[in-house]
Design a protein around this ligand. Structure first.
Ligand SMILES: [Zn+2]
Length: 254
């Protein structure tokens, strides 16, 4: 039996309201023992907190996502700190920088991200990072903080950036993007990275696998991502599952 973890899944989203329990049961049968649910907006935290308290296979992370800047109130940081004390999440996330859209408010994102990193440092929590077109800015900030590590989710940066994250004890999350034939650069990168730096994720309901475009993604697809990584690396699924799960458990202390 494989032991697997989905290190990044939005199972709290409404997309799963009708069949969330069935999905968790299917996951348990497939060896998926843990699903980490990152926070996106404060409005979505109560549902996450409730689900994670009711289902031991779900692990809570809390944070304010950089793609939803307008949803974060002025007192977001006070609320985050209060929630960290009260609900003891395994990580601060999903936080980061997203400079993909031209109209991104760079200064506001930097302020919010740095302040959330400071909360992670203060409470000795790892972070779950969302980074688009901003790896160098993120790396620069991470070097200034004494974080206990983290995950760069859906990593698609360069081999040099991967190495810089490794020096800072950051793991790299990989999911459905790996399954597309056109993703040759990404496939090469993840076939060459040390396995000790890799964790599996779906980012469900987003990031569908190749062949499932336009459909809801699910944590049930973790074994397909594992299989693809096994093909690319020429290592057994058992071995990759063992190491990537251990990476995740060690980082989050779960
Ligand atoms: Zn996400």
């Amino acid at each position: 039996m494989l032991h697997l973890i989905d290190s990044h899944c939005h199972l709290d989203f409404n997309d799963f309201d009708k069949d969330r329990i069935a999905i968790m049961q299917n996951c348990a049968r497939a060896g998926i023992e843990k699903i980490v649910i990152p926070g996106v907006t404060i409005a979505s935290w109560p549902k996450q907190i409730e689900l994670c308290s009711r289902h031991p296979m779900l692990s809570l992370a809390l944070g304010c996502h950089p793609m939803f800047m307008e949803a974060h109130p002025d007192d977001a940081l006070q609320q985050l700190e209060q929630a960290v004390k009260q609900y003891q999440p395994i990580a601060i996330g999903e936080i980061g920088l997203d400079f993909y859209v031209a109209e991104a408010d760079v200064a506001a994102q930097l302020r919010l991200f740095e302040a959330q990193l400071d909360i992670a440092v203060q409470y000795s929590l790892p972070v779950i990072l969302h980074v688009r077109k901003a790896h160098d800015q993120v790396l620069k900030l991470l070097r200034q903080k004494q974080l206990p590590g983290g995950i760069v989710h859906a990593f698609s940066g360069s081999a040099q950036q991967a190495e810089q994250y490794r020096e800072l004890h950051f793991l790299l999350g990989i999911g459905g993007a790996l399954t597309y034939p056109r993703a040759q650069r990404l496939q090469r990168l993840f076939s060459e990275l040390p396995l000790s730096q890799i964790v599996l994720e779906t980012d469900a309901p987003d990031m569908p696998l190749c062949g499932f475009q336009g459909q809801r993604n699910s944590p049930e697809n973790i074994p397909l991502i594992l299989e693809k990584l096994s093909q690319l690396r020429g290592e057994s699924s058992d071995y990759i599952a063992e190491i990537t799960t251990a990476n995740c458990r060690q980082l989050f202390n779960i």
